[in-house]
Design a binder for this molecule. Structure first.
Ligand code: BES
Ligand code: ZN
Ligand code: ZN
Length: 499
């Protein structure tokens, strides 16, 4: 879809549909909506009066212009109560409206910068939200559907209208919105791919392609190099699979120094069967998405390479399958991580923390000043927080606050969970330094405490996206399948740290 800034009045633009808005509780159309109402001889006012247009959030009302305007259709999009408007509501309402128009077969859409000037939302934020809502909400993954659906329309252009003076700001904002949405969509693609296509090898290939396309540097460690580096935990998880593991290192260099300012480590389990501690078959197919953290950290670099903040960021993805076989890791086995710590593996399904242990050690060895890890780590996190927000764990309140604030702006909500030292007792092993499961209760926290053992005092945040990486219903700018969480938040965080 092409998105462009167009200097025009919304009433004069030619398009399949124009989108204006209405707020709940308002008696009359306002601003651009009032101008359109006038051109329609008061049709919108009439519908508000009749109660057909209420302005409730995500309400969609279609009017036909019947020649009174150059555009054929007018959509009045409900934005809820004016004083409750947020950029996230703009994102969601735009997404719902665009999907609805696509289904009607509309191919060209024009919109005002929904919400600009309301509740401290400026023109650029509003434009960016409209852009993101349209691109993320219209996302599809149809690569494996051979029959081209008869009615699968496509919105080919989205015009955001404004004055001559506003045009440069609208252009800048659509570019930023596009960069962020395309990065998130790239991550969605990787997560939606089945595991027979998205193997560790293919993930490494995807990272190499990014390096080529965006001028990033890439290195992929093979099994022998992992062994040399002492990555016994990652190698242990990979030993049951026929697919060779890959340790992907993708770097963005935006500052003159050679230091790594931020390391982003992402769990890259391309399929999690549970291993010898095998999962029940119900829901196992979802575990093709157990590399969502890895996809997110790679995708974040796509956006950074284009936005060019003055900061150095390295993404690390330990990528492997977790499968049972005659050579697989077994319950009771002891592994040695890169920092020399020994781990008693009591459940081979708690594999994410094992591969991340080595990735975190690697980040420390790079001398990263801050470390963020992203992982579909525990069912316990999903049980605790549901699918609304990502669980965060941190040894540094300031960094945690920053990432929570970054998430509030993108709409990718994050909630901080505790890290009291008392939880560590649950990880005591009788015969190794630590064990990989912490018993029945507080599973998301004990998993985070396990990771903390490989961090010490580097400022660090662990994001558990087990509940938020995928969704089973279409809602706002999310569609069924992968969400692309937390790509936009990671980018936002890095931009804030570069300042
Ligand atoms: N990949 C899973 C966690 C998961 C569950 C992600 C549901 C997304 C949706 C992880 O590797 C796992 O299996 N964790 C176990 C840990 C347990 C054995 C301590 C879990 O959560 O049950
Ligand atoms: Zn598992
Ligand atoms: Zn897993």
């Amino acid at each position: 879809m092409e998105i462009k800034a167009v200097v025009s009045d919304i009433v004069n633009i030619k398009a399949g549909a124009i989108i204006v808005n209405h707020f709940e509780g308002r008696k009359h159309p306002e601003g651009d909506t009032a101008a359109v109402d006038k051109a329609l001889d008061g049709a919108i006012s009439q519908l508000i009066k009749q109660g057909d247009i209420k302005g409730k959030l995500n309400e969609i009302t279609l009017l036909h212009s019947l020649g009174k305007l150059p555009a054929s259709r007018i959509v009045v999009s409900g934005l809820g109560k004016k004083n409750e408007l947020t950029v996230n509501r703009v994102r969601s309402a735009t997404a719902e409206t665009c999907r609805w128009l696509r289904q009607k077969g509309v191919t060209s859409v024009a919109s005002v910068a929904q919400g600009a000037g309301i509740n401290h939302i400026n023109l650029e934020e509003a434009t960016k939200a409209v852009t993101e809502g349209a691109l993320l909400g219209l996302y599809t993954f149809r690569r494996y559907i051979t029959k081209k659906e008869d009615n699968a329309g496509e919105i080919k252009e989205l015009m955001i209208v404004g004055s001559e003076k506003e045009k440069p700001r609208i252009e800048r904002a659509t570019t930023r919105g596009r960069i962020l949405s395309e990065a998130a969509s790239w991550a969605r693609d990787l997560v939606n791919e089945p595991s027979n296509y998205m193997t560790p090898e293919r993930m490494a290939e995807a990272a190499r392609q990014l390096a080529k396309d965006y001028g990033l540097s890439v290195e992929v460690l093979e099994r022998e190099q992992m062994a040399e580096a002492g990555m016994g935990a990652l190698l242990g998880v990979s030993q049951g699979s026929q697919q060779p593991p890959k340790f992907i290192i993708l770097s963005y260099k935006g500052s003159d120094s050679n230091e790594v300012d931020i390391a982003l480590a992402g769990k890259g389990i391309t399929f999690d069967s549970g291993g010898i501690s095998i999962k029940p078959s119900q829901g196992m197919a979802d575990m093709k998405g157990d590399m969502a953290g890895g996809a997110a950290v790679l995708a974040a670099l796509i956006a950074l390479a284009q936005l060019k903040p003055k900061i150095n960021v390295t993404a690390l993805v330990p990528a492997t399958e977790n499968l049972p076989s005659g050579t697989a890791l077994k319950p009771g086995d002891i592994l040695t991580a890169m920092n020399g710590k020994t781990i008693e593996v009591l459940n081979t399904d708690a594999e994410g923390r094992l591969i991340l242990a080595d990735a975190l050690c690697y980040a420390k060895k790079l001398g990263a000043k801050s470390i963020i890890d992203v992982a579909t780590l525990t069912g316990a996190c999903r049980a605790a927080l549901g699918t609304v927000c990502t669980g965060a764990f941190s040894n540094n309140q300031e960094l945690a606050n920053r990432i929570i604030a970054a998430g509030n702006e993108t709409g990718e909500l994050i909630w901080l969970l505790p890290m009291y030292d008392e939880y560590k007792e649950q990880l005591k092993s009788d015969i190794a330094d630590i064990k990989n499961i912490g018993g029945r209760y507080g599973g998301a926290i004990t998993a985070a405490k396990f990771l903390a053992e490989f961090i010490n005092d580097t400022p660090w945040v662990h994001l558990d996206i087990a509940g938020t990486s995928e969704t089973d219903k279409e809602k706002g700018y999310l569609v069924k399948g992968a969400t692309g969480v937390p790509v936009r938040t990671l980018v936002n965080l890095v931009l804030s740290m570069a300042k």
